[in-house]
Ligand binder design. Structure first.
Ligand SMILES: [Zn+2]
Length: 457
């Protein structure tokens, strides 16, 4: 059987595939720091060379920031667009790295062999699983089982400023039947996952102002209003005693979980005690009528991220401050509209603002949530292919974070996306000593080889 031969080829060639990944990891493609612009360019060139070597028609495409890499391989059957990013996060604080971040190496740990280095998991190791799967298919059969395009960006870790304009300018070229995004993780080390819903976000930054200057609490205390009290009151009223968010209309566009998702999530037997225990907590603090997985995947949130005002230095100053500020973010789900949530928040603040006080908002930022339609047969075929590779069946999961690329594929190109990745929670992405498990790299490559086969059927 062809697939077996492809998988055997991946097994036999793993050392060479690893060497290629190490080559890519040696390029310090830190996108946010202009000093590394030539290295970002070099990483793009390296990928173009690799893909052209595999028979793709690949090119480096300029943008006003770092270049995109776009590659096409003709074929029959469905057309997929694979997405990854070749840029990486900065490495500070450097002194916390046990090995130099851009001198990647294999390391034996008590959990198996890992590939250590910046970008090993996020996202170079992940994107190379797909490239190596294509390489194996080409080596064994001379072609790919379906039509494949590849799209790598180099600005994911610095806000993707060129992404949407590039997609708009090249919409026809980039549109396929479905997008494959490899920048997420396994659910647990043995349970592969397809992420089908991602939360959106609204951020708010605001300042409450009272008296025209800081006051002495001996002279004004008790008489003058205190903006920190006002701010605290406004924040306290954002939630009721059952954990629900009180903004007007906040839950209007929040869908209930489908029965199918609910039962899948129950089967995951998520251990919230150990999830919270890992960070020294024990009690789920969100909406009391929801399960812990719902709280982090499918329910919207409101969290205070920062709060300041008055005197916070050493010693004591009995000041009655003139102003107090906070940063608050909302995670959105379903069809919640960032603008509507922002307006409801502004109304909440103004409704609770006493006389004599004013409020200033800095412009808020927002992105809607994404929800994939699993009706596309590619989802079920891929889930089966992943289940064939890993010890336990693959699950459809949610993601508490926001991955804007999935929304852009939908909004700009009208494409659903399957988010399939092989990272692990302890990969330390964005942190010192980032690693990618060799098992993730190996089985991730095998998984893509299986998915390409499954999608051709
Ligand atoms: Zn990433």
């Amino acid at each position: 059987m062809t697939l077996d031969a492809v998988l055997a080829h991946i097994d036999a060639e793993l050392p060479k595939a690893t060497d290629r990944l190490l080559d890519l990891l040696r390029i310090p493609s830190i996108s946010t720091d202009p000093a590394y612009k030539p290295d970002c360019d070099r990483a793009a060139d390296w990928l173009v060379d690799q893909l052209n070597g595999l028979g793709f028609d690949a090119s480096k495409r300029p943008t006003t920031g770092h270049p995109m890499v776009v590659a096409h391989n003709e074929g029959s059957g469905p057309h997929v667009l694979f997405y990854g990013h070749y840029d990486v996060q900065p490495v500070d604080p450097l002194e916390l790295w046990d090995t130099p971040p851009f001198e990647p190496a294999l390391e034996d740990t008590d959990k198996g062999v890992v590939i250590r280095g910046r970008g090993s998991s996020d996202d170079k190791g992940q994107l190379m699983t797909f490239v190596e799967a294509c390489r194996a298919w080409k080596a064994v059969t001379g072609s790919l089982p379906i039509k494949v395009s590849i799209f790598f960006e180099g600005e994911e870790e610095s806000g993707s400023p060129s992404l949407v304009p590039f997609m708009q300018q090249n919409a026809e070229e980039l549109t396929a039947d479905i997008a494959l995004i490899c920048d997420t993780g396994l659910f647990e080390s043995a349970v592969p996952a397809i992420t089908t819903q991602l939360r959106g976000m609204v951020t708010e930054d605001f300042t409450i102002k009272g008296a025209s200057r800081d006051l002495h609490s001996g002279m004004y205390g008790g008489l003058a209003g205190n903006p920190i009290h006002v701010l605290s009151d406004i924040i306290a009223k954002l939630h009721d005693e059952t954990g629900h968010i009180t903004l007007e209309g906040f839950y209007d566009d929040v869908p209930e979980l489908s029965d199918e998702m609910r039962s899948q999530w129950q089967n995951l037997s998520f251990d919230h005690a150990s999830y919270l225990g890992d960070v020294g907590l024990s009690v789920p603090a969100g909406e009391q009528d929801r399960t812990p997985l719902e709280m982090i995947w499918s329910r919207p949130t409101c969290e205070v991220n920062g709060i300041w005002g008055g005197y916070i230095g050493d010693g004591f100053k009995t000041v009655l401050p003139a102003q107090a500020s906070a940063k608050i973010s909302f995670r959105l789900v379903g069809q919640q509209d960032p603008d509507k949530i922002h307006d409801a928040f502004v109304k909440h603040v103004k409704d609770n603002l006493p006389s004599d006080f004013t409020v200033e908002f800095t412009p808020s930022r927002g992105a809607p949530a994404s929800q994939m339609s699993t009706d596309n047969p590619a989802f079920e075929k891929s889930r089966q292919a992943l289940s064939d590779e890993w010890p336990r069946p693959a699950a459809y999961v949610g993601c508490g974070g926001s991955i804007p690329i999935a929304g852009h594929f939908k909004e700009v190109l009208g494409m659903d996306a399957m988010l399939i990745g092989f990272g692990k929670d302890d990969d330390a992405i964005h942190s010192p000593n980032e690693k990618y498990d060799m098992e993730s790299f190996h089985k991730g490559t095998r998984s893509w080889a299986r998915i390409l086969d499954a999608l051709s059927k």
